[in-house]
Ligand binder design. Structure first.
Ligand SMILES: [Zn+2]
Length: 183
Protein backbone atom coordinates (compact mmCIF):
# COMPACT_ATOMS: atom_id res chain seq x y z
CA UNK A 1 0.00 0.00 0.00
CA UNK A 2 3.03 2.33 0.59
CA UNK A 3 3.64 2.39 -3.17
CA UNK A 4 0.21 3.64 -4.01
CA UNK A 5 0.94 7.19 -5.15
CA UNK A 6 -2.59 8.47 -4.58
CA UNK A 7 -2.20 7.70 -0.86
CA UNK A 8 1.05 9.67 -0.48
CA UNK A 9 -0.42 12.12 2.03
CA UNK A 10 -2.51 9.61 3.95
CA UNK A 11 -1.34 7.99 7.17
CA UNK A 12 -1.88 4.44 6.01
CA UNK A 13 -0.68 2.97 9.32
CA UNK A 14 -4.06 4.00 10.70
CA UNK A 15 -5.85 2.22 7.84
CA UNK A 16 -3.75 -0.90 8.35
CA UNK A 17 -4.69 -1.34 11.97
CA UNK A 18 -8.38 -0.95 11.08
CA UNK A 19 -8.88 2.24 13.01
CA UNK A 20 -11.21 4.84 11.62
CA UNK A 21 -9.18 7.60 9.99
CA UNK A 22 -9.41 11.02 11.77
CA UNK A 23 -11.13 12.48 8.69
CA UNK A 24 -14.15 10.37 9.75
CA UNK A 25 -13.50 9.85 13.46
CA UNK A 26 -13.33 13.58 14.31
CA UNK A 27 -16.63 14.48 12.73
CA UNK A 28 -19.81 15.85 14.26
CA UNK A 29 -22.96 14.09 12.94
CA UNK A 30 -24.13 17.11 10.95
CA UNK A 31 -24.97 16.73 7.25
CA UNK A 32 -23.02 19.84 6.30
CA UNK A 33 -19.89 18.59 8.08
CA UNK A 34 -20.22 15.16 6.47
CA UNK A 35 -20.40 16.85 3.07
CA UNK A 36 -17.18 18.70 3.87
CA UNK A 37 -15.50 15.49 5.08
CA UNK A 38 -16.42 13.79 1.80
CA UNK A 39 -14.42 16.40 -0.09
CA UNK A 40 -11.55 16.19 2.41
CA UNK A 41 -11.44 12.40 2.00
CA UNK A 42 -11.04 12.81 -1.77
CA UNK A 43 -7.89 14.87 -1.18
CA UNK A 44 -6.69 12.36 1.39
CA UNK A 45 -7.06 9.45 -1.02
CA UNK A 46 -5.80 11.36 -4.06
CA UNK A 47 -9.10 10.98 -5.90
CA UNK A 48 -9.86 14.69 -6.26
CA UNK A 49 -9.13 15.47 -9.91
CA UNK A 50 -6.83 18.44 -10.47
CA UNK A 51 -5.41 19.54 -13.83
CA UNK A 52 -2.24 17.59 -13.03
CA UNK A 53 -4.24 14.33 -13.07
CA UNK A 54 -6.34 15.28 -16.08
CA UNK A 55 -3.15 15.91 -18.05
CA UNK A 56 -1.85 12.47 -17.08
CA UNK A 57 -4.93 10.92 -18.72
CA UNK A 58 -4.85 13.12 -21.81
CA UNK A 59 -1.10 13.49 -22.30
CA UNK A 60 -1.39 17.18 -23.15
CA UNK A 61 1.01 19.28 -21.05
CA UNK A 62 -0.89 22.53 -21.79
CA UNK A 63 -3.77 21.12 -19.79
CA UNK A 64 -1.66 20.91 -16.65
CA UNK A 65 -1.97 24.67 -16.16
CA UNK A 66 -4.40 25.83 -13.53
CA UNK A 67 -7.51 27.04 -15.36
CA UNK A 68 -8.21 29.61 -12.67
CA UNK A 69 -4.97 31.60 -12.75
CA UNK A 70 -3.25 30.21 -15.89
CA UNK A 71 0.06 30.73 -14.05
CA UNK A 72 1.40 27.33 -13.08
CA UNK A 73 0.60 23.65 -12.99
CA UNK A 74 -2.40 22.83 -10.85
CA UNK A 75 -1.27 20.24 -8.33
CA UNK A 76 -2.18 19.75 -4.70
CA UNK A 77 0.22 22.35 -3.26
CA UNK A 78 -0.71 24.92 -5.89
CA UNK A 79 -4.41 24.37 -5.23
CA UNK A 80 -4.21 24.34 -1.43
CA UNK A 81 -1.56 27.00 -0.85
CA UNK A 82 -0.70 29.08 -3.88
CA UNK A 83 -3.36 29.65 -6.54
CA UNK A 84 -4.06 33.42 -6.36
CA UNK A 85 -7.62 32.93 -7.65
CA UNK A 86 -8.48 31.18 -4.37
CA UNK A 87 -6.73 33.62 -2.02
CA UNK A 88 -9.98 34.94 -0.62
CA UNK A 89 -11.14 31.49 0.56
CA UNK A 90 -7.66 30.71 1.90
CA UNK A 91 -7.29 33.95 3.84
CA UNK A 92 -10.56 33.34 5.69
CA UNK A 93 -9.42 30.01 7.11
CA UNK A 94 -5.65 30.11 7.14
CA UNK A 95 -5.04 32.32 10.22
CA UNK A 96 -7.00 29.85 12.39
CA UNK A 97 -4.98 26.93 11.04
CA UNK A 98 -1.69 28.68 11.70
CA UNK A 99 -2.87 29.59 15.20
CA UNK A 100 -3.80 25.98 15.99
CA UNK A 101 -0.35 24.79 14.88
CA UNK A 102 1.41 27.62 16.73
CA UNK A 103 -0.44 26.80 19.96
CA UNK A 104 0.87 23.28 19.64
CA UNK A 105 4.50 23.81 18.65
CA UNK A 106 5.29 27.47 19.45
CA UNK A 107 6.76 30.24 17.31
CA UNK A 108 10.35 28.89 17.16
CA UNK A 109 9.41 25.47 15.87
CA UNK A 110 7.00 27.08 13.40
CA UNK A 111 9.86 29.17 12.01
CA UNK A 112 12.22 26.21 11.96
CA UNK A 113 9.93 23.71 10.23
CA UNK A 114 7.24 25.57 8.36
CA UNK A 115 8.98 28.63 6.88
CA UNK A 116 9.33 27.96 3.16
CA UNK A 117 8.19 24.36 3.62
CA UNK A 118 4.90 24.14 1.79
CA UNK A 119 5.13 20.34 1.59
CA UNK A 120 4.89 20.12 5.38
CA UNK A 121 1.98 22.54 5.55
CA UNK A 122 0.19 20.57 2.86
CA UNK A 123 0.76 17.38 4.88
CA UNK A 124 -0.75 18.99 8.00
CA UNK A 125 -3.81 20.05 6.03
CA UNK A 126 -4.36 16.68 4.36
CA UNK A 127 -3.41 14.39 7.25
CA UNK A 128 -1.71 15.89 10.30
CA UNK A 129 -1.38 12.43 11.89
CA UNK A 130 1.30 11.64 9.30
CA UNK A 131 3.62 14.49 10.33
CA UNK A 132 6.68 13.25 12.23
CA UNK A 133 6.19 13.39 15.99
CA UNK A 134 9.26 15.51 16.70
CA UNK A 135 7.68 18.29 14.63
CA UNK A 136 4.06 18.03 15.64
CA UNK A 137 2.87 16.15 18.69
CA UNK A 138 -0.85 16.68 18.75
CA UNK A 139 -3.09 16.27 21.73
CA UNK A 140 -6.69 15.23 21.01
CA UNK A 141 -8.01 18.76 21.27
CA UNK A 142 -5.49 20.12 18.75
CA UNK A 143 -6.03 17.18 16.36
CA UNK A 144 -9.75 17.85 16.40
CA UNK A 145 -9.21 21.56 15.82
CA UNK A 146 -6.77 21.04 12.93
CA UNK A 147 -9.07 18.46 11.35
CA UNK A 148 -12.05 20.81 11.65
CA UNK A 149 -10.16 23.76 10.14
CA UNK A 150 -8.56 21.76 7.32
CA UNK A 151 -11.93 20.19 6.48
CA UNK A 152 -13.34 23.71 6.06
CA UNK A 153 -10.30 24.88 4.10
CA UNK A 154 -10.51 22.00 1.60
CA UNK A 155 -14.25 22.45 1.22
CA UNK A 156 -14.14 26.23 0.75
CA UNK A 157 -11.34 25.94 -1.81
CA UNK A 158 -13.29 23.21 -3.62
CA UNK A 159 -16.43 25.41 -3.73
CA UNK A 160 -14.42 28.44 -4.91
CA UNK A 161 -12.78 26.38 -7.66
CA UNK A 162 -16.07 24.80 -8.78
CA UNK A 163 -17.80 28.18 -8.93
CA UNK A 164 -15.00 29.74 -11.00
CA UNK A 165 -14.99 26.75 -13.38
CA UNK A 166 -18.76 27.10 -13.83
CA UNK A 167 -18.44 30.82 -14.55
CA UNK A 168 -15.75 30.12 -17.12
CA UNK A 169 -17.93 27.49 -18.80
CA UNK A 170 -20.84 29.94 -19.00
CA UNK A 171 -18.54 32.64 -20.45
CA UNK A 172 -17.28 30.15 -23.07
CA UNK A 173 -20.85 29.23 -24.05
CA UNK A 174 -21.73 32.89 -24.35
CA UNK A 175 -18.72 33.53 -26.57
CA UNK A 176 -19.52 30.52 -28.75
CA UNK A 177 -23.09 31.75 -29.29
CA UNK A 178 -22.08 35.32 -30.03
CA UNK A 179 -18.44 35.52 -31.12
CA UNK A 180 -18.95 39.16 -32.10
CA UNK A 181 -19.30 40.32 -28.50
CA UNK A 182 -15.54 39.83 -27.91
CA UNK A 183 -14.69 42.94 -29.93
ZN1 LIG B 1 -4.37 28.78 -10.15
Amino acid sequence: MEDKSTLKQCNIQILKIHEVHPVWRILPPITYEVKKANIKARFLTGTYLLQEHIQRFNGNSDEQKCLLCQIEQEDLIQFLLRCPALNEQRQKVFPALKQAILCNIGQNKWQEHFTGNKELLMQVIIDSSKVRENILILNDETSTEIERISRKLCYDLHCGRTLLHKRMAVARQFEAKDPGCKD
